[in-house]
Design a protein around this ligand. Sequence first.
Ligand code: IMP
Length: 429
Amino acid sequence: MANVIIVGAQWGDEGKGKVVDIYTEHAQNVVRYQGGNNAGHTLVVGDEKTVLHLIPSGILHQGKRCIIGNGVVLDPKVFLEEIDGLKKKGYLQDDSQLMVDGAVNIIMPYHKLIDIARERKSGAKKIGTTGRGIGPTYEDKVGRRGIRFADLLKPETFKHKVNEVLPEKNFYLEKFLGEEPLSAEAIIEEYLGYADRLRGYLGRASTCLDVAMKDGENILFEGAQGSLLDVDHGTYPYVTSSSTIAAGACTGSGVGPHCIDEVIGISKAYVTRVGEGPFPTELEDEMGERLRAAGNEFGATTGRPRRTGWLDIVALREAVRTNGLTGIALTKTDVLNDLETIKVCTAYRYREQLIEEFPQDLDILKECTPVYEEIPGWQCDINSITEYATLPQKVRDYVDRIEAWTGCPVVLVSVGPRRSETIIRTNPF
Ligand code: IMP
């Protein structure tokens, strides 16, 4: 039996969906434990592309139990649309495959409105959020005025909670953000309209996973976003509002840390970021464009072009430490196929100092410039290679260097978007 957490080791969009999809074969249970529909996991099965924002990627496998843990925030409209989309494609024929924890906090219309209006008002200081209401929903959760999934299923409780919280929201929307107030009746009507379809999915992640473990089943915890977007350990305030690092899997689903066997961090062979915030290895030149085009680096959730840059080992080492990574899955390696030379940042220069640890202080990070090592590119197509030993020596050298710099084994190398374009060196299960 093995329980494995998958996390993004960068600023999100590392290709977690594909790796989770591959590992799902070995797990009976797949769990989302934080974030909401700010995530966008793109999966390619055969020639069919599926983008999931909320439902665990394991849903594409028949018979796997997919659990949305208590740490997630859920937009019921998006959730139901995703269910309909999956059913139309022939997935999720058995509804008992999917479960939502009763303590999941619900994204309400005022959360989305506040998110968007606040960003607009912030001007140049904006975070660059996905506008899905994620931050405001987590604020209410921690502020103890959130509305939970189980509340939504009890009409009287739901009405009471909406009526209780809305005056404060409307005051803030009108007086501070200059928006129109929202009607409690309209919100109640819309959301209670979803409730009947949602009722069948109610469950409790913690107890369900406990039973699964006692039955000897495996669990795959599917992280969203990336370690550098973690609310505590990321580039605050340019972060998302949840614990994206591995520890979030325990609080976000109600399992003890001793239940976790492996933590796999997903890293692209280069780096991307969407939204604002420091990005030391960012390439704002023709090479950045080249990576964006070759890697099709446009947001799966918002369609925004992603900022691109060279692999940042300083940042990756931070992810190895904060997550306790036991392995790295290196994705989109094929995107570098054509390059003559590949640069890798192994340290930062800050004024006169050489820094090897990712600075916590954003004022320092903003001033850091990357110190690069150059690696010769392999300049050939590696997409059809299925054995690690037959990868060009230069690719293996790149992987060896990453392992040496981070002190963490590279357990998987992805060489293309399809399931089949994946080389598994060590299986964490
Ligand atoms: P929020 O999560 O919508 O509040 O956005 C906060 C920050 O996290 C912004 O910079 C977003 O672009 C970023 N972010 C949120 N979700 C993702 C994701 O799934 N991939 C990459 N970046 C994300």
